[in-house]
Design a protein. Structure first.
Length: 130
């Protein structure tokens, strides 16, 4: 990943779900390390643990965290049940395509819009990972 794109995420605060969750912590941490070449604590400005997938969703939706990781099945269920404000939060990275673990990363919509524009300007192909 180019330095400019790496820098665009590096200042964000990030939350995993539960420390013991495969899709809410283990696999997202693997993808952060693999993609950015750094431990999450060294890459993001702040790393937290929400405790569960739904709480991760709510914290990112509220803007408490810039980015969060949660199980894709939780996202689909909450979306299907009408419990997600699609104007407030969007998926930016679906690592479910790369593994059997159903994980994804979220950004609040205002942050998402700025983030996507910055990525496109820097030449990053959003379809590569998002």
């Amino acid at each position: 990943m180019k330095t400019k794109q790496k820098d665009q995420l590096q200042d964000k605060n990030f939350t995993f779900g539960s420390k013991g969750s495969t899709s809410g912590r283990l696999m997202p941490e693997f993808y952060v390390r693999d993609t950015f070449g750094a431990k999450p604590d060294d890459f993001f400005s702040r790393v937290g643990f929400s405790g569960n997938h739904t709480r991760t969703l709510r914290l990112v939706e509220a803007g408490t965290y810039d980015v969060g990781a949660l199980n894709f099945q939780v996202w689909e269920k909450e979306l299907g049940d009408g419990n997600i404000d699609a104007n407030a939060v969007q998926v930016i990275w679906n690592c479910s395509k790369a593994s059997r673990v159903q994980g994804l990363f979220l950004l609040p919509t205002p942050t998402m819009s700025r983030f996507v524009k910055q990525l496109k300007r820097s030449g990053f192909s959003i379809n590569d990972r998002f």
